[in-house]
Write a protein that binds this ligand. Sequence first.
Ligand SMILES: [Mn+2]
Length: 277
Amino acid sequence: MESDAESRASEAAGASSTEPRYDCIVISDLHLGSMVCQAKLLEEFLIWACDHCRVLVINGDIFDDLNFKRLTKRHFACLKVIRRNSDRPDMRVIWVRGNHDGPADIVGHIVGVEILDESVFDNGQIRLLILHGDQFDTITTGFPLLTEIACGLFYYIQKVAPHRTARWIRRISKRFQRNSQVIERRASEYAASRGFRYVTCGHTHLPLESRRDGILYINSGTWTEAPPCPFVTVLGREIRLQYWPLATETVDNPSERLSAGEAELPPSGASPLPALG
Ligand SMILES: [Mn+2]
């Protein structure tokens, strides 16, 4: 029998039969094991994504930490979708580590798949550098314990008292937005130094598309905040930041799509709340 997620995903796929099969889809910051992970939506998205791309890249912070006791049934369901699509001849799943996952070799060993520090996607038209982005973060690399404490606190606040503390969160969010700009700048510089014109990171939890000195930077945000949840698609020479659930008007009017480099704002209702990478 079809699960709820499967039937919702096939509904979405049916509604979007004009959706192409993407060359590559990138998502990041799933944070499986955390109580703010949008696991139900993620499972539905993964089922759809596995049928709509040739390469699926999970760009870090797959897990919230290596305490797998925190994974719920729904979190395991997401892993199951990935695993059951991992051996297909027509699709590849690539795992890139994030700061919450721990070292690539350790988490790779536990999960039983190869986990990379960075990855390159190349369809002959777009060469995309894919890495989590914590490498460029002076806060998390400089103060790991502080980051961990603040992260726990932030999740708690989002879960327990999201409205009462909204003002405080907005105030501290300004600081993280600045951090997001640091990562955008340093990732773009790094990509340029390696001869790339396209780079995607996660880590900041703030979806973003920017162009700097001819480098297109896309941050794929997170799946720990209120939907719609962001993901990056590559098709031919077009690279885009999109949101799940898919906006039907985008599907109905493919000609209205933005081409690479044009900023696309999240649909109204998208939470601008950042979280700690
Ligand atoms: Mn993260």
